[in-house]
Every structure is written in structure tokens, then in C-alpha cells.
Design a protein around this ligand. Structure first.
Ligand SMILES: C[S@@+](CC[C@H](N)C(=O)[O-])C[C@H]1O[C@@H](n2cnc3c(N)ncnc32)[C@H](O)[C@@H]1O
Length: 206
């Protein structure tokens, strides 16, 4: 529960937030928010009955009162909330969840793939990327992003690589692209070369 990722997700919340922890699984984020009194209130939801039962057991174990809901995304949530945390899922699942009329004005998102697609989707939906922190934990990079309601047109390089300004992460992407360049066909090479060009601009010391 003391993971850097959970703490970073929690650091994006504030006292006025009524949070829905979508896909709470073990419920560790919800517990962390409640125990540390970080938000106005927190609800936890799951699509999986088994995972929800696990969360409920943990809530008992850690002695926190958190209302839970069995729901696919926002579909069966009978309470109102102004913030959703959607973490630890892939971009396509997150987009499915966000294709709903009841999206709250504040979103805290950690997707483990296709971050550019997610940034682009939310920008087009009228959400602004306000903050992004990339952390490295257990051999993986995690992009933790905060979106708020608002008009914004992110630049191409911001869509592709985010706004974290984490130089180690950019270098990791650059090296990954270099490796891919050796393997992919010519048509994809052009796209990667363009991305490398943008990444070099972000990593070169000014
Ligand atoms: C890898 S866990 C992440 C748990 C936690 N959010 C975290 O970041 O540590 C992903 C969880 O999302 C749940 N999930 C997947 N699709 C969902 C959906 N459409 N609505 C609600 N929960 C979903 C899964 O059942 C699973 O427990």
C-alpha cells in the first residue's frame, strides 16, 4: 500500500474531492485516501465481484468505512462524485469507461499503455492535461495524469510524450525507439524517426 504509485495518485487529490476509485481491486488507494484524511469522501467500485470482495475485506482489516459498488465503470454508481481515479488499466478499457455521459470534472488516470491515445481522446473530449508525473517502480514507468474540464490543444510532442519533463523517462523512450527502429519495416521507421527527433529535442540539454 505504501507504493510510490499509490502515493502519487493520492497526491493529485485535494480536500474538496469526492472520489470514486474505479476498478479499486485491493482497495489500497481508497484506504490510503481515507486513512490519511486526504479527501472529502471516497467510494470504491469494481467490475469484478471477487475483487470487490477483496477490497471489502481490506476495508474491514484496515478499519475504514468506504461504500462500495459493483459496476462497469460509471454505469451503476448511485452516488455523486466530482473526481474519478481510473488506475492500473489499459487505455482502451479507460476510454470505454469514459464513453459515458456522467464523467466527473476531475480525472486522475494511470494507464499502462497507449498514453498518447488517452491524452488525445481526453483533449478532444474537453479535458485539459494539468499535471503529469512519471514514476519508476518495480521495473516499470507509470504515467500518472491529472485532467480537469477545460479547453486545451496539446502540442504533438505533448500528446506523444506527455508533460512530465522526466528526463530519465524520455531517455528510456528514446532508447526504446532506437531498438524498435532496428526491427520495424520502413513505413513505421519514418514515424519512429520523427518521434526520435521530437524526443531528442526534449532530452538535449539547453
Ligand atoms: C490492475 S487492477 C488496478 C487496481 C487499482 N486501481 C490500482 O491502480 O492499483 C485493475 C482493476 O480494474 C478492474 N476493472 C477493469 N475494467 C473495469 C471496469 N470497466 N469497471 C470497473 N472496474 C474495472 C479490474 O477488475 C481490476 O481489478
Amino acid at each position: 500500500m505504501n507504493s510510490e504509485r499509490i502515493k502519487t495518485l493520492a497526491s493529485f487529490t485535494s480536500k474538496d474531492d469526492i472520489v470514486l476509485d474505479v476498478g479499486c481491486d485491493h482497495g489500497y488507494l481508497s484506504i490510503y485516501l481515507k486513512k490519511n484524511n486526504l479527501v472529502c469522501d471516497v467510494y470504491a467500485s469494481e467490475i469484478s465481484p471477487k475483487a470487490l470482495e477483496g477490497a471489502q475485506n481490506n476495508f474491514q482489516k484496515y478499519n475504514v468505512k468506504i461504500k462500495t459498488f459493483l459496476s462497469d465503470g460509471f454505469k451503476d454508481i448511485p452516488v455523486s462524485f466530482n473526481t474519478a481515479v481510473i488506475a492500473g488499466m489499459g487505455t482502451n478499457t479507460i476510454i470505454d469507461i469514459l464513453n459515458n455521459e456522467h464523467i466527473p470534472p476531475k480525472l486522475i488516470i494511470d494507464t499502462h499503455n497507449e498514453q498518447a491515445k488517452l491524452r488525445n481522446f481526453l483533449n478532444n473530449l474537453g479535458y485539459a492535461l494539468e499535471k503529469e508525473v512519471v514514476i519508476y517502480e518495480k521495473g516499470h514507468y507509470y504515467n500518472i495524469m491529472l485532467f480537469g474540464k477545460g479547453h486545451q490543444k496539446l502540442k504533438k510532442k505533448e500528446i506523444l510524450f506527455g508533460i512530465s519533463n522526466n528526463q530519465e523517462y524520455y531517455l528510456y523512450l528514446l532508447n526504446k525507439n532506437k531498438e524498435l527502429l532496428k526491427k520495424v519495416p520502413l513505413t513505421k521507421k519514418i514515424k519512429l524517426l520523427y518521434e526520435n527527433h521530437l524526443l531528442k529535442g526534449l532530452t538535449e540539454k539547453k
